[in-house]
Design a protein around this ligand. Structure first.
Ligand SMILES: [Zn+2]
Length: 462
């Protein structure tokens, strides 16, 4: 699909006008990283800004620092999601060598300082277009905290997305592509076993070891792997292994992740895992309890929206990196061991040739039919609303999430420009959804969602 040139010019002009304000927000958040559940200042920056440009703000009671900002009236309702949490221990200056700003402090190694800003650009731009062209429809910015921990599951469970017609978001990355690939559904559980303490030398016969139960439980998981469908993963740590060898451990625990291609498979496997825990408790005469930490559905990409996102990405000119930006990217790229660099490209079937250049400045279309091992809380949203997602090349090719290099790159001038570009692309698709009187795209997206036959149930609800 071809987008109107005058519309593209209008969008780039709106962005150019507000660009310093957008950069300021993204950089304030990068310079003052706040980890999950503590994003007080980051969320306030977005709420203040959105209120100032005419959005109505509603804070949600389900999660601290979550909110929605809405502009316009009537239907359709187009939502953009913004994240803003940082990662512990990832503090890093905007340099091409490892250099924490605060030793052991948090840092934006997943680029969520950019993620929120790009979605802000999209929401504000679409609001401006709705206002100046007098279109019917509402645009929302969803403030989504704690993506790196619990994620927006409580908001989805509370029905906060149910009345939206379409949702879009994006993620900082090393390539430009619609997010064609799915992600793994997961569930994080802690199995805590309780036994009976006794002196391990004097009276071991009086003790019942919770650590024995943990070890038998973990061993059963090892045997279970053989009989799981391909793509299902179990990974665990012993989060409590007792205190001292001369005390029969009264308590011990396994912290386990279950990952699978679909939420339904996670639920099925979790039932078998619980049986294994029951067996371990029976064998050792211990008791156990389960704590559900968090869980995410797989991401179901909406092809109709993502086809439009691809067209938008091909229509809004991608920024040209300056010489300094290119050099910075090349130096940063070289700090990633050569053999490690393809690990960002291979899972989404992006060609390794891209590694020949420091930055991906073309528009790709990768990942169709692929699934990555990681999980995203966008998955839960995609079960209830047609959801489109894209990646923008804010980082050098070969730089992956959660590294000091991605943290460094997320504070660079290049990353700010790429984030704004992502916002403009999403605004353009939002405008297509709002302005088309026949609602061609919206109806196609909804029909696709209906046909997928999704019934939302959080993986946390066993
Ligand atoms: Zn992230």
């Amino acid at each position: 699909m071809e987008y109107d040139r005058s519309l593209i010019s209008a969008i780039t002009a709106i962005d150019a006008d507000q660009s310093p304000a957008y950069n300021s927000i993204a950089m304030q958040i990068w310079e003052h990283p706040e980890v999950s559940f503590q994003e007080e200042k980051s969320a306030a920056l977005y709420m203040d800004r959105l209120a100032r440009v005419g959005f109505r703000i509603e804070e949600f009671p389900e999660m601290a620092h979550s909110f929605v900002a809405e502009f316009g009236s009537g239907d359709p309702v187009i939502g953009y999601m913004g994240e803003y949490d940082a990662l512990p221990g990832m503090s890093q200056a905007c340099t091409t060598h490892r250099e924490p700003v605060v030793e052991g402090g948090p840092g934006h190694a997943c680029g969520h300082n950019l993620l929120g800003m790009g979605s802000l650009v999209a929401a504000e731009t679409l609001a401006t277009l709705i206002r100046t062209m007098s279109f019917q429809g509402r645009v929302r910015f969803y403030g989504c905290p704690a993506e790196e921990a619990l994620g927006r599951i409580p908001l989805v469970k509370a029905g906060r997305f149910n009345d939206a017609d379409a949702i879009m978001t994006w993620h900082p990355a090393d390539v430009n592509t619609p997010h064609r690939y799915t992600t793994s559904a997961n569930l994080a559980l802690v199995f805590s076993f309780k036994g009976l303490a006794s002196h391990a030398g004097m009276a071991p016969q009086n003790g019942r070891s919770a650590l024995d139960a943990v070890q038998l439980f973990n061993l059963s998981l090892e045997f279970m792997r053989e009989h799981l469908n391909p793509g299902i993963m179990l990974h665990y740590v012993i989060s409590d292994g007792g205190q001292r060898p001369n005390i029969v451990p009264e308590s011990a625990a396994t912290f386990l992740y279950i990952r699978a291609p679909s939420a339904q498979q996670v639920r099925e496997v979790s039932k078998r895992v619980i049986k294994a825990a029951q067996g371990a408790a029976l064998m050792t005469e211990t008791k156990f309890s389960i704590e559900i930490r968090h869980g995410k559905c797989d991401f179901v990409p909406n092809t109709s929206i993502q086809d439009s996102l691809l067209s938008a990405m091909q229509s809004i000119p991608f920024p040209h990196p300056s010489k300094d930006e290119t050099n910075f990217a090349r130096d940063l790229q070289r700090t990633v061991p050569k053999n490690d660099r393809p690990s960002t490209l291979d899972p989404i079937a992006a060609p390794r040739d891209l590694l020949k250049r420091p930055l991906h400045t073309n528009i790709g279309d990768f990942g169709r039919g692929k699934r990555i091992g990681g999980s995203l809380d966008t998955g839960d949203v995609s079960y209830v609303v047609p959801t489109g997602q894209m990646n923008a090349a804010t980082w050098p090719v070969g730089v992956g999430n959660h590294t000091w290099q991605s943290c460094a790159a997320s504070g660079s001038s290049w990353a700010l420009r790429a984030a704004q570009w992502a916002g403009m692309c999403m605004a353009l698709v939002g405008f297509e959804l709002v302005s088309d009187e026949k609602h061609t795209l919206l109806e196609a997206a909804k029909a696709e969602h209906r046909q997928a036959g999704l019934h939302y149930k959080s993986t946390m609800d066993l």
